[in-house]
Design a protein around this ligand. Structure first.
Ligand code: 5GP
Ligand code: ZN
Length: 138
């Protein structure tokens, strides 16, 4: 994983603004913050995405994210978007699993990522898709 930028941050080869660390997890501020407090939570063991990450690391990331959003109350957020992209097709840029914690700060405009349009889907198609996924679950 020579080229992985987040592995380099974990090793201390690239600096970061750290907010939390434990034996499995590191969390630090995003250098291109969508909002004040935009934080990335990553496993220390390299895994590309949700398909690849091991259960214990995923659980550790989630537990850390809970601690961090509790602490984010100091920023007076009206909400926190927890976003995680899997794959180039949905614009994952850094191929080391990371959970974005993006607070919307009181008095600031809505976050662009939280404003998708709700349109009623075709219920038959939704059911067909649900059945297809459900039957593939191992
Ligand atoms: P993705 O689109 O993969 O979910 O998001 C990757 C995120 O990593 C982006 O929000 C980007 O700003 C952030 N990022 C990329 N390189 C660095 C870096 O060297 N340091 C920090 N702190 N964040 C980074
Ligand atoms: Zn990595």
């Amino acid at each position: 994983m020579e080229e992985c930028i987040f592995c380099k941050i974990i090793k201390g080869e690239i600096p970061c603004f750290k907010v939390y660390e434990d034996e499995r997890v590191l969390a630090f501020e995003d250098i291109n913050p969508v909002s004040t407090g935009h934080t990335l939570v990553i496993p220390k063991r390299h895994a590309k995405d949700l398909w690849e990450i091991q259960g214990e690391d995923l659980a550790a990331v989630q537990l850390a994210s809970k601690k961090i959003i509790q602490a984010m109350r100091v920023l007076d957020p009206t909400g926190v978007a927890c976003v995680q992209l899997n794959g180039r097709g949905v614009n994952q840029v850094v191929m080391h699993y990371h959970l974005h914690l993006i607070p919307r700060i009181s008095g600031k405009p809505p976050l662009p990522i939280t404003g998708w349009e709700l349109r009623q889907g075709d219920l038959k198609e939704i059911k067909k898709t649900a059945d297809k996924i459900a039957s593939a679950i191992k």
